[in-house]
Design a protein around this ligand. Structure first.
Ligand code: HPA
Ligand code: ZN
Length: 361
């Protein structure tokens, strides 16, 4: 990982992950196995060729920079989803993530999922959610990793399709005697010309239903700072979102930083995701600026298997090293994640107790 080793201290920290797309944790090994099992053709003749495909650099902004033949991140991400077909596949995907969480000392997570990427391929939404629901239960029972998930609208698909997907998913929510899989809604997929306000009606509906609201504000996307502005000041009839996923472009405008502070809106940052495209000094000085201003942030992975296998522990390590943070700063970042989470009180208290017990000069 750019010559950085994960230190025993970072390894030992009890962690909470609030920004991870479950399909972005699909390992090449599981993808290969499920492709064979489900007879899904892959573009790669051998496993080594599949592995090599993870080394490509993406054309992140095809709409802005033009098509140079390289795939976008999301094209690769949705191609990976193709191998997920039956309930056991979704279960295995979830369980593999929780097993990895346990190895990294992640105690609690709020993974993003969506059903639209799968129903578009003819997979019933119940198949997806029954698999995740079993993984949620067994992840806690077998690996001791608790989770409550976040349903995402695919913002680059028609709004009506997202609402239909939401209606179908609602029986799996934590509210209205639902099955307890998810407690929040978010926005994922391509943000180009898809500002948060396009989903205002969906946010109002979800809030009425008793769910939490978060939304991606992708970094250096076209109109990025405007999207952060909408998320802070305009969505939910001007009350603003509860959390922002990414939102690093808040550093571009003082009123955005002030808005985050005044409204107590935290950011789920994914430093390695940005480090792929930004110079070390530029990126980490932005994160330092947010920290110095007092903006509450947590550190997360995003789509680790599609981002050089850098997981939350690697993201924390990079943050400590390149922001020159002390051990107690790192404990505070982990505390932020607990406080920003929507975990049940007893789970929050347990992790905070563990963090309090860490000796961190
Ligand atoms: N960005 C936006 N949407 C996504 C991502 C991402 O990194 N991963 C999965 N959906
Ligand atoms: Zn994300």
């Amino acid at each position: 990982m750019n010559g950085l080793e994960i230190s025993p201290f970072i390894q030992s920290l009890p962690k909470v992950e609030l920004h991870v797309h479950i399909e972005g944790t699909l390992t090449p090994a599981l993808r290969w196995r499920l492709a064979k099992k489900n007879n899904v053709p892959l573009k790669y003749a051998t496993y080594d060729e599949l592995l090599d495909s993870y080394k490509v650099t993406y054309n992140h902004r095809k709409e802005v920079n033009g098509d140079d033949g390289r795939p976008t991140f999301l094209e690769v991400y949705f191609a990976g989803c193709q191998v997920l077909c039956d309930e056991d596949d979704f279960y295995e995907l979830g369980m593999a993530y929780f097993e990895k969480c346990r190895a990294m000392n992640v105690r609690y997570a709020e993974p993003f999922f969506d059903t639209q990427a799968h129903t578009e391929r003819g997979i019933p939404a119940e198949v997806v959610m029954n698999g995740y629901l079993r993984a949620q239960r067994d992840g806690a029972r077998i690996h001791g990793v608790h989770s409550t998930w976040i349903f995402c609208f695919l913002r680059d698909r028609p709004f009506e399709d997202g609402m239909k997907a939401y209606e179908a998913a609602l029986q799996y929510a934590t509210v209205n005697n639902g099955k307890g899989l998810f407690h929040a809604v978010g926005l994922a997929s391509n943000e180009f010309d898809k500002p948060p306000l396009l989903f205002e009606e969906a946010f109002l509906r979800a809030r009425d239903d008793g769910l939490h609201i978060t939304m991606h504000c992708d970094v250096d996307q076209k109109d990025a700072a405007d999207h952060v502005h909408e998320a802070i000041f305009q969505v939910c009839t001007g009350r603003g979102t509860e959390r922002i996923d990414h939102g690093l472009n808040a550093v571009d405008r003082p009123e955005l930083i002030q808005g985050l502070l005044d409204r107590n809106i935290p950011l789920t940052l994914c430093p390695h995701a940005y480090h792929r495209r930004q110079k070390t000094e530029v990126l980490f000085s932005k994160i330092q600026k947010l920290l110095e201003a007092g903006v509450k942030v947590s550190i997360n992975s995003d789509d680790p298997t599609l981002m050089h296998d850098v997981w939350i522990d690697g993201a924390l390590q990079k943050t400590q090293t390149y922001c020159a943070l002390s051990k107690s700063d790192m404990v505070q970042l982990c505390r932020n994640a607990v406080e920003m989470s929507w975990a049940p009180k007893d789970i929050k208290a347990g992790i905070l107790n563990e963090l309090d017990a860490i000796d961190s000069p």
